[in-house]
Write a protein that binds this ligand. Structure first.
Ligand code: SF4
Length: 327
């Protein structure tokens, strides 16, 4: 282990961009040591618990934005229909998520930002969930105004997800209908309103390894409570449909690098791990810095069954974080 990695373990202060790049370009034979170091950092600064979350789409598809990875954009030919979820379905989904032991339930909408119709539905949905299900409620509704941030905080949304998606220097290659800075501004408003910031992205969209290090360093500057790490699952009909899938070795190196950059953050497996890593790699990631998972299905693709993941956590002697520990 290099001196700088030892320092992360001892101090809980993450690697800088140059060191992150060094990790990302380290030889394959160093990977086991790297994962072990990242795991040691996670155990030292976060502990053995794993945070479990369920996500639900309150409005799917038909988004006016052009994020090139996203099958929910209405601008591509991806086969995702525009659908709105009703309140009883939402409550039932929260109930099923809580039954898995999950502490987080995230309401997600495919929009640039919420309009009054969506805010009204979210308001009603959150009130209904809070009345019937014991679970923390998070939201992911795109770019927000200051008033919307305040309103969501007042509704009891304790964490807000808004991904920067990729390095600032690569973002214009992936999205042309809004800017990285607009996303950053929403994240600052969320932070200032006292909600936990959840911000991650997608690796393997054609960014260089240096840009991957740049992205990790930019997340370090933001210091989010949670970072969901996705690996591109190229979707038919999107501009990235023909982009190859990140290799398992590169994905695991990235997991270790992001953990070493963000020693105290909740680092969550999000989309794409099934095709990038498979079952064996999923285990390696949980022993290489990951300490949170999404159970069940993702927004437009199927994930592993919740039971498979929960059995894996039991096998690894990693307890699921209890709701009382998150309040
Ligand atoms: S990532 Fe979000 S903003 Fe971008 S196209 Fe998809 S749903 Fe719309």
């Amino acid at each position: 282990m290099s001196v700088n990695v030892e320092r992360v373990l001892a101090t809980g202060t993450g690697l800088d961009q140059d060191d992150i790049l060094e990790v990302l370009t380290s030889p394959d034979e160093d990977l086991p040591d790297l994962l072990a170091a990242a795991h040691a950092v996670r155990m030292r600064w976060c502990g053995p618990e794993v945070e479990v979350e369920g996500i639900v789409s309150v409005k799917t598809g038909g988004c006016p934005e052009d994020c090139h990875f996203c099958s929910q954009s209405g601008l591509f030919t991806s086969p995702v229909r525009a659908v709105w979820l009703d309140i009883p379905e939402l409550v039932e989904s929260a109930r099923q998520t809580a039954a898995t032991g999950a502490t987080e339930f995230c309401l997600v909408a495919a929009v640039r930002g919420p309009d009054e119709r969506l805010m009204a539905q979210v308001r009603e949905g959150i009130a209904a969930i809070r009345a019937e299900v014991d679970i923390n409620i998070a939201a992911s509704l795109g770019i927000l105004t200051a008033d919307q941030v305040d309103e969501l905080a007042a509704m009891g949304v304790h964490r807000y997800n808004h991904n920067l998606e990729t390095a600032r220097s690569f973002f214009p290659r992936i999205v042309t209908t809004h800017t990285w800075e607009e996303r950053w501004d929403t994240l600052r408003l969320v932070r200032d309103a006292g909600m936990e910031v959840c911000c991650g992205g997608i690796l393997g969209m054609g960014e260089s390894v240096a840009q991957r290090a740049e992205f990790a360093a930019q997340l370090t500057a933001l210091d989010p409570y949670e970072v969901p790490l996705n690996f591109l699952n190229p979707r038919p009909g999107t501009p990235l449909a023909d982009q190859g899938v990140l290799s398992a070795v590169d994905a695991l190196r990235a997991i270790a690098a992001f953990r070493l950059a963000l020693p105290r953050t909740v680092l969550r497996y999000a989309g794409g791990r099934e095709i990038t890593l498979g079952d064996l790699g999923t285990r390696d990631g949980l022993l290489g810095g990951i300490n949170a998972i999404i159970v069940g299905n993702y927004l437009t693709t199927l994930g592993r069954p919740a039971q498979t993941d929960l059995e894996l956590l039991a096998d690894l002697s990693m307890p699921v974080k209890a709701l009382s520990a998150t309040l």
